[in-house]
Design a protein around this ligand. Structure first.
Ligand code: THU
Length: 163
């Protein structure tokens, strides 16, 4: 038996001001996007902003539905919209934030597993990592250097290949 240890490096900042200017701007865009979330059921508003290699910014926010599973998370709204509008253009970074109408989000909000899986496919296709920046309304900021950091063991196209 052999053990495989998987390590994820999370850069943790006390304040968003410690980020680079473009990352602070991206986080600010994510906050703007969050304000347009449609989340009447969870009352949990998530915003995502990604920047592409061509400098374009794509926003996303969670879009809920009375048929609950028909809704979609902010990160997937953003990355699918980018894929639809800018096919073949690499995504450089994504910032994610969230606010609840019922409590204070005082810690970084990390993307759910399904969003990690969706974003990973874009990262693998573009062969360049996508930096992820996460923050709540207040508190620390997390930054990871790629989606693979968040989903080190994953299912990908490789898994569909017949032997
Ligand atoms: N949500 C996101 O938008 N992104 C995530 O990564 C996790 C959860 C949304 C889905 C739902 O509208 C609300 O947050 C509560 O789960």
């Amino acid at each position: 038996m052999e053990k495989i240890t998987v390590q994820t490096v999370i850069e943790c900042f006390d304040h968003p001001e410690e980020l680079s200017g473009d990352e602070q701007m991206l986080l600010a865009e994510a906050k703007k996007a969050m304000n347009n979330a449609y989340a009447p059921y969870s009352r949990f508003h998530v915003g995502a902003a990604l920047i592409l290699e061509n400098g374009k910014i794509q926003l996303g926010n969670n879009q809920e539905n009375a048929a609950y599973p028909s809704g979609l998370c902010a990160e997937r709204v953003a990355i699918f919209a980018a894929g639809a509008q800018y096919p073949g253009i690499s995504v450089s970074k994504i910032a994610i934030t969230a606010r609840s109408l019922d409590f204070l989000t005082d810690h970084p909000i990390a993307p759910c597993g399904a969003c990690r899986q969706s974003m990973l496919e874009y990262e693998l296709n573009q062969k360049k990592p996508i930096t992820v920046i996460m923050m709540g309304e207040t508190g620390k900021v997390y930054r990871v250097s790629g989606i693979q950091q968040l989903l080190p063991i994953s299912f990908s196209e490789e898994g569909l290949k017949k032997m």
